[in-house]
Design a protein around this ligand. Structure first.
Ligand SMILES: O=C(O)c1ccccc1N[C@@H]1O[C@H](COP(=O)(O)O)[C@@H](O)[C@H]1O
Length: 212
């Protein structure tokens, strides 16, 4: 018998096509992530993101996924009606000061010894922590066994978004370890580098399946 755990919301990240929005609508995702990072194969222009976002159901929240976000880009993101700023890399003081959008601070965990440093600072200005694996959208989990209780303690009082190599097979284990508010996936719901309707549905089904 599986122990009862909370049922987190689901973020599907890295939309690049209009049909990706249809997949999220059909599967009932809670958050849609758009990557604004030129080095990523999932990078989209603001124009393209707006085009795709216009096809999303109104109840799906739009997350702008960025790396060391430049202040100059914040207003453009706000103008397009994004709901949340996800910031990997450096979170600049000007960015924190200039926006009223909720900030999800992403911590990319490669060295478990430095976990506490990754969560240090910025606490008052952020809504949640994205606990993610090494690299950006690398599709690899961090060491859950070593980190889970520390991540839960460090994120206490904030939203916890679990990311990094989640898939339909491991997501329920991740939920049991971390009790996240949101589970966040990109790589494993792709087929040949494109979002897959079937994989998105399967992932969301696994997250929401009734505990027995
Ligand atoms: O997906 C990307 O290319 C990316 C680029 C820059 C910053 C973050 C990026 N992705 C984020 O990675 C996690 C998890 O992805 P995965 O399931 O391990 O592939 C998610 O938060 C994405 O927003």
């Amino acid at each position: 018998m599986e122990k009862t755990v909370n049922r987190p919301k689901v973020k599907i990240c890295g939309l690049t096509r209009i049909e990706d929005a249809d997949f999220l609508n059909e599967a009932g995702a809670d958050y849609a992530g758009f990557v604004f990072y030129e080095k990523s194969r999932r990078n989209v222009s603001l124009k393209k993101a707006a085009e795709i976002a216009a096809h999303l159901s109104a109840d799906i929240k739009k997350v702008a996924v960025t790396v060391s976000l430049e202040p100059a880009f914040v207003k453009e993101i706000e103008t397009l009606g994004f709901d949340i700023l996800q910031v990997h890399g450096t979170l600049k003081t000007e960015v924190k000061e200039m926006t009223a959008l909720p900030i999800w601070r992403a911590v990319n965990i490669s060295d478990t010894d430095t976990l506490e440093e990754l969560f240090a600072g910025n606490r008052e200005s952020i809504e949640g922590y994205v606990a993610d694996g090494a690299g950006y959208g690398g599709g690899k989990p961090f060491d859950w066994e070593v980190c889970s209780s520390r991540v839960r303690a460090l994120s206490k009082g904030k939203k916890l978004i679990l990311a990094g190599g989640l898939d339909a097979e491991n997501v329920r284990t991740g939920i049991r370890y971390f009790h996240p508010d949101v589970v966040d996936v990109s790589s494993s719901v792709e087929e040949d580098g494109k979002k897959s309707r079937q994989k998105i549905e399967e992932f969301i089904r696994k997250v929401r399946k009734d505990e027995q």
